[in-house]
Design a protein around this ligand. Structure first.
Ligand SMILES: C[S@@+](CC[C@H](N)C(=O)[O-])C[C@H]1O[C@@H](n2cnc3c(N)ncnc32)[C@H](O)[C@@H]1O
Length: 269
């Protein structure tokens, strides 16, 4: 791990490895989204993505915005939010089905999506809710295929999409590697940039009896979420725009003048 931490703003650490672990759901003294919303995304995750993969004023789409974490973070970082959900919880989240968004082709600069993970959480209960579809019978993946196609349609080329998801395990039911399955679906249309593991700190994991049951039943509790970062390729001949998190000035090591280059030690088994 890095010896010294770098920050995007306030207490939001700029992550430099593929293992992300945050102290809480929300950064700073403010509130992003609603921590009481079951399934809310940790706002640190979205802040790190926007810092790396977007420019100021870029349009940031969340087609399953839930309690509104993405639009809140987007505004904090000076980006332009666009948020939809089947069940709108606030005025700035328009009701829409993520499989058919009221958006033009190639009209947004970044997509963040945290879909339901099979039937683990009850959302609106509407028949169109993807959280009503069990990942064990295929309907879930058929629906997600259409969501991914729609997100590819509305994203501009030479831009990024991130999908945050967990696998599905329920007692006495087969394990479903949702992460691997969705990653394979994403790869049909996008180029993978990276896969991050985000440590989960939900309330379930605080309860002792869940850990006892996991030992007795010889299964594991979900300890991490996948974060897939994908890229939509531009057409041939197009000059890609430059993105990349600006490195804070104080984070650069001082330049050594005239110092002899260090010899590499031979590798020993
Ligand atoms: C994991 S939650 C998103 C949480 C959100 N990122 C937040 O921080 O609050 C998944 C969301 O997907 C929404 N959803 C499910 N099926 C949908 C569909 N077909 N179209 C749009 N939204 C959908 C649910 O209503 C729920 O709010």
């Amino acid at each position: 791990m890095a010896k010294e931490r770098r920050f995007i703003a306030g207490d939001v650490p700029l992550m430099t490895t593929t293992l992300w672990d945050f102290p809480s759901q929300n950064y700073g003294d403010g509130k992003q989204g609603d921590t009481n919303y079951v399934g809310a995304t940790p706002s640190y995750v979205i802040a790190n993505l926007l810092h790396r993969y977007t420019d100021p004023a870029d349009i940031v789409l969340d087609p399953m915005a839930g309690s509104g974490t993405t639009p809140d973070v987007a505004r904090d970082l000076g980006r332009t939010p666009l948020a939809f959900d089947l069940q709108s919880s606030r005025k700035d989240i328009e009701p829409a089905d993520a499989r058919s968004l009221p958006l033009k082709d190639r009209s947004v600069d970044f997509v963040f999506v945290d879909p339901p993970y099979s039937t683990h959480v009850k959302y609106s209960g509407k028949p169109e809710c993807i959280g009503e579809l069990d990942a064990r019978d295929g309907g879930y993946f058929e629906a997600m295929e259409v969501v991914i196609e729609e997100l590819h349609r509305v994203l501009r080329p030479d831009r990024y999409l991130a999908l945050y998801v967990s696998d599905s395990f329920q007692r006495k039911k087969p394990f479903v590697p949702i992460g691997f399955e969705l990653f394979a679906q994403l790869r049909q249309r996008f180029t993978p940039i990276d896969i991050v593991g985000v440590v989960r700190h939900n309330r379930t994991l605080m309860r002792n009896h869940w850990h006892t049951s996991a030992l007795e039943g010889n299964y594991y509790l979900r300890g991490f979420n996948y974060l897939f970062v994908m890229y939509k390729e531009p057409s041939p001949g197009y000059k890609p725009r430059k993105v990349g998190a600006p490195v804070p000035e104080n984070a650069r090591p001082p330049k050594k003048s005239g110092a002899p280059s260090r010899k590499r030690r031979p590798y020993r088994k």
